[in-house]
Ligand binder design. Sequence first.
Ligand SMILES: *Cc1c(COP(=O)(O)O)cnc(C)c1O
Length: 495
Amino acid sequence: MLYKSTRSQKGPFYNSADVIKQGLAEDGGLFVPEKIPSLSEKEIRELCRDDYPTRAAKILAKFLTDYAYEELLEDCKEAYNPASFVGGAAPLVALDETRNVLELWHGPTAAFKDMALQIMPRLLSRALKKTGEHRTALILVATSGDTGKAALEGYRDVPGVKIMVFYPVDGVSRVQKLQMATQLGENVNVAAIKGNFDDAQNGVKAIFGDEELAKELDGMGYFFSSANSINWGRLAPQIVYYVSAYCDLVNAKKCKIGDSFNVCVPTGNFGNIFAAFLAKKMGLPIDRMICASNKNNILTDFLRTGTYDRNRQFYLTMSPSMDILISSNLERLLYFTAGPAKTAEYMAELKATGKYTVEASVMNEIRRHFVGYYADEEATAAIIKETYEKYHYLSDTHTGVGLSAASQYLAETGDDRPLVIDSTASPYKFAKDVYFAVTGKEAPSALEALSLLSDATGTKIPYPLAGLESRKVRFESVVEKDAMKEAVLSYLKGE
Ligand SMILES: *Cc1c(COP(=O)(O)O)cnc(C)c1O
């Protein structure tokens, strides 16, 4: 299996190890597999009997053909081990006859980014060996909170890799700050910067583009690599849980092999929902993919009108991981529905004017698979409360957006197929807003909201968030926003 850019007709073609190491194609496009492997009913039947790590290794083996199955199985067993994923890697919880919640947040940072970031560093570490790389990969991350912690936890003590994370000093919650400042591991570093998230992001981009620095690092035995969500190494592991959820529906006798089902995905960068599309292309019988957005409903508008227009107001919401106006992974869907030439045109238009409109034929194809709904802040809070009261099920704010979209879809269509709704974060990760939605009361602080929510609902604080206050703070440095490069260098020199 070879990979190429979304923006090129022919090649160049790459192995998956190169693609995971490199992240982005030279022409600015994203890497895609040259063809989609198939998944037969017979294979699905076998997967139904497997545990999650085995399901993951079998699916990944179809895409990462330059990795041995035994390598993948070993990595998947370590990544999704029961000590890291307490309560299972991706358990499916039934709410009623139709609705099933796929909990993707049982990992070490209590958010769904763990599903990819626990396995991708292991794949990168092997990629370094496979490509004969002698240098150490230096992962730089700018974060507004969640990705930074998930990346730190994923890359911690992975051989051949170091990671440094920058976050805006006043731009993350106290819980998020504590999570990062207390990070364990010998190959990790964290710095706050005096600036906002854009400053952190721009600083990291400038460092990536600094050729002189790259040379200096090369001399010291390092090269840059990225952990962001457009890397194929983050996307491929997300295909697995859709297949796994279907197996669990079959095992629970909610459907028979071959029967179709629907999925609903709280969406930001379009990575998670695009993985569902790939699963469908492989042969998993998904009928509808419901794309759930918050008040930043650019994708809902796109799916309804065919125009993607980022020239609009940006809102900060209580589902911050979905506060996005450029859904990068949408480019991969455009590639599979409109082809590389059109994709390159759309992306050039987006860059020049902030918008593009796709042809009716392309839109018809996209609408055969996708439908979009959104939930504003009031609707999100209301469904969290309703879901708790009706099913005694506590959901986070991002999952709330998904639950609202799912209800809108069901009310509109009456579709009675099993529906899998992705739950992308533990309710405790956003405890203050969840506590308010459920009880109508304001918690005095985000930290206190954890125990208040636990007391009010009789549910348990997940291990990654319990006892945060008593952990040892290891990283306290705050740097000027134009001193990030120096911070990287002094970290590598061990100063
Ligand atoms: C990243 C994230 C999302 C959005 O996922 P995409 O793959 O970017 O669409 C949704 N919810 C949570 C909690 C996230 O961290």
